[in-house]
Design a protein around this ligand. Structure first.
Ligand code: NOJ
Length: 746
């Protein structure tokens, strides 16, 4: 009894000590900033506080918003990138409003500002966080150069359904890859030493948005808490740990609760578990859309639900500005809730140094747009993002002996489409297309026969085919327009659109070597197209410098190193198919497919395992796949121990040899399987990757450390921990090859 009391007392003292310890700030605030926040807050009227929580999309004349700004009714704006206007907005807020609080100026800077980088799915294909961080830094330098200090990026939604158009905007299907890209982008946007070029990152969409039913945007999701914790939340948590300053709620309802009114995710997980002290903004009118969801009767109701759930700022519902004051009066919302929201907003404004330096130097900002080193980084990012899917040896083409080149296909000279979705500020006049790059490099040798997407253009086939007969090599650039992916741009058919596949058939029949390059916002179902070309490069919309990057790859100045950040399907009916699935009780054993057999009379079954009779159980290309002009060989894969403690460190070593004739870079990937768990575990999970550059003939022993804590997951009891038992580990060039080595955790 006495013993129990002592224990209780000790526990109480520990918890009291924990209470008195201020939680460390996830966004980098300190006591000085917190004091300034309290001083300012104490001077604010309720109306001014609510004004800070109001974000408005501005357009047209500055004067349209001047009065609201003077009265402290707008805390943030989005969609203005004219630095002169932004300075004027800031001047009104800083000099003419009672408390002089500067604005937070937001914009969707998703994969570059003026200099457009590959779409995020392409950036993920680089498996190169350092390069992605550099790209995000460049985006921040250009955007802040025009007064934008907050980007609504990175999008961290795990996407396992290529019908969903927004797959383009994220890092694909994998948790670990997504988390590394998240950290890289946060570091890049915000910078490591905050200065005028720091742009607050906004991790979005919290949470589960990518699991939209049927791949139709905005649709409901039905994710269990365990799926959230094991798959959808980890990239967000990684980004919070990396210092992400802001977070956006998602449009979807999960299991009946729209994110913008979801206390469990916004408070229990984000604030209480992760200690996030940044700013939470709604998505565009996602508060208002809770009425359509049937989660609230009117704007007042949903505003009350959102603010009480933990939303700090309303993007474009105008629910806070219209109703919060009366809701505080009626007792539906406590003023302390408003105070906390305002603290979160002011904290970000102070961290960005907006109070000290609200204005942008217009001339200096102009000078950095499209800077030479920015274009160079965009080209390198595009080069690393491209995936070689097929090569019968025709690539790389020999630049010294190339004859006449036929260039055709809808993406050969599509300066706008090659930029991809969300390239608001990228100007097509700055885009370098493959056609431009080829003409510059091979003057007089390029014959361009344009080709559009639509069926009417089919008459062009004859011209193209006769030009193909006259050429030495055919470079055909296929794909989808930028508008076919991105927000609200979902597809039910993932084949190449229009008559592109037929074009490829016709080109092949012309008898000259055909090299295809696809530019798209998602992995299209290109199985039927592969036999009709001798090589295929796949570029997720590659941005401003996509043209030169592709030409460098085609002619071997650069060796492809991109890997698929998402599984490529044979047919859309396979959705969802991803490498990191759990195991059924009846796994596919390679049974005969419908096409391959003559059905015997009276046959009643083709097997009792998990597969499609017509398409089997395998994708076209697995996650992590990508060829090179050289070949790589993995050997001597070894672990430093056979048994590890749960808090231990696994040292993996392996020999990687470049066994071909070209210098190249291999993305070596490490996958792990937890064989038996309190709940079933994925058949493989990526736990590390490493880009290894090797000269032709070179080999190197690579050593990698993986903390055993990386094997933790949310099991049956809901706790996040490593469960002891048997594991397997693979080191390989994709998620579907290699032999496992075994180890135990005890
Ligand atoms: C809606 C999109 O879902 C979100 O990602 C974006 O940041 C906002 N609109 C603002 O444009």
């Amino acid at each position: 009894m006495k013993y129990t009391r002592t224990l209780l007392l000790a526990a109480l003292l520990v918890s009291l000590a924990a209470c008195t310890q201020p939680k460390p700030s996830t966004v980098g605030s300190d006591a000085g900033i917190e004091k300034r926040i309290e001083q300012l807050l104490s001077k604010m009227t309720l109306s001014e506080k609510i004004g800070q929580m109001n974000q408005v999309s501005v357009g047209g004349e500055v004067s349209n918003y001047a009065e609201a700004m003077r009265n402290g009714q707008i805390g943030s704006i989005l969609n203005e990138v004219d630095p002169v206007k932004i300075n004027e907005f800031q001047r009104i807020c800083v000099e003419e409003s009672r408390l002089g609080i500067p604005l937070l100026v937001g914009r969707d800077v998703i994969h570059g500002f003026h200099t457009v980088f590959p779409i995020p799915l392409g950036l993920a294909a680089t498996f190169d966080p350092a390069l992605v961080e550099q790209g995000a830094r460049i985006a921040a330098v250009e955007a802040t150069g025009q007064g934008v200090r907050w980007t609504f990026s990175p999008m961290l939604d795990i996407a396992r359904d290529p019908r969903w158009g927004r797959m383009a905007e994220g890092s694909g299907e994998d948790v670990w890859l997504d988390a590394r890209m998240a950290e890289a982008m946060v570091r890049g946007y915000q910078g490591t030493d905050p200065d005028g070029s720091s742009m607050a990152a906004c991790i979005k969409h919290f949470v589960g948005y990518g699991a939209a039913e049927g791949g139709r945007d905005y649709n409901s999701t039905f994710l269990t808490e365990r799926q959230l914790r094991n798959v959808y939340l980890p990239p967000f948590e990684a980004a919070v740990k990396a210092g992400a300053m802001t977070l956006m709620t998602s449009f979807n309802d999960n299991d009946g609760v729209p994110s913008t009114g979801n206390t469990f995710i916004l408070k229990d997980i984000l604030r209480d578990e992760w200690g996030f002290d940044g700013l939470v903004v709604t998505d565009w009118n996602s508060m208002g859309e809770m009425i359509s969801h049937g989660f609230g009767v009117d704007r007042k109701d949903v505003a009350c639900k959102a603010v009480n759930a933990g939303v700090d700022m309303d993007m474009m519902t105008f629910g806070f500005i219209s109703h919060l004051e009366e809701m505080v009066a009626s007792g539906c919302v406590k003023e302390s809730v408003i105070d906390n929201a305002v603290r979160n907003i002011l904290r970000i404004k102070m961290l960005l140094g907006l109070f000290e330096n609200p204005y942008v130097d217009v001339a200096a900002g102009q000078a950095v747009q499209y800077a030479e080193n920015h274009l160079d980084a965009a080209r390198r990012s595009a080069e690393e993002s491209v995936i070689l899917l097929k090569n019968d040896g025709i690539l790389p083409l020999d630049a010294a002996h190339v004859g006449s080149i036929l260039v055709t296909g809808p993406m050969a000279d599509a300066p706008h489409d090659q930029l991809g979705t969300w390239a608001f500020d990228g100007e097509k006049s700055h885009t370098v297309t493959p056609l431009m790059a080829l003409r510059e490099r091979f003057p007089g040798k390029v014959n361009y026969v344009p080709y559009g997407y639509s069926r009417e253009r089919r008459t062009r086939f004859d011209d193209i085919v006769s030009a193909a007969r006259r050429a030495d090599v055919v470079l055909v650039f296929l794909g989808e327009e930028a508008i076919l992916s991105g927000e609200a741009h979902c597809l039910a058919d993932l084949n190449l659109i229009g008559t592109q596949s037929e074009l490829l058939v016709a080109l092949k029949a012309a008898g000259k070597p055909v090299v295809a390059t696809v530019m798209a916002g998602r992995p299209l179902t290109i199985e039927r197209d592969l036999p009709n070309c001798r090589a295929m490069l796949y570029a997720f919309h590659p941005g401003t410098m996509g043209g030169p990057a592709l030409v460098n790859l085609l002619f071997g100045d650069v060796n492809p190193s991109g890997k698929t950040p998402v599984t490529f399907l044979r047919t859309v009916g396979q959705v969802p198919m991803y490498y990191s699935h759990t195991m059924t009780g009846r796994p596919y054993k390679g049974e005969t497919l419908l096409n391959d057999i003559a059905l015997e009379a009276g046959q009643t079954s083709l097997g009792n395992t998990s597969y499609y009779l017509d398409y089997g159980a395998r994708p076209l290309f697995p996650f992590g796949y990508g060829l090179s002009y050289t070949t790589f060989d993995y050997s001597d894969i070894a672990l430093d121990k056979t048994v590890y403690p749960a808090d231990g460190m696994i040292t993996v070593s392996f020999k990687l040899a470049n066994t071909g004739a070209f210098d190249g870079t291999e993305v070596a990937q490490i996958y792990v399987r937890d064989l038996v768990g309190s709940v079933t575990r994925p058949v493989k999970e990526l736990k590390h990757f490493e880009r290894v550059a090797l000269k032709a003939g070179e080999q190197r022993t690579v050593q990698v450390q993986i903390p055993v804590s990386e094997l933790a997951f949310c099991g049956l009891d809901g706790a996040w921990k490593v469960e002891p038992g048997d594991f397997q580990l693979w080191v390989s060039g994709d998620s579907d090859s290699g032999q496992p080595v075994s180890f135990k955790v005890q």
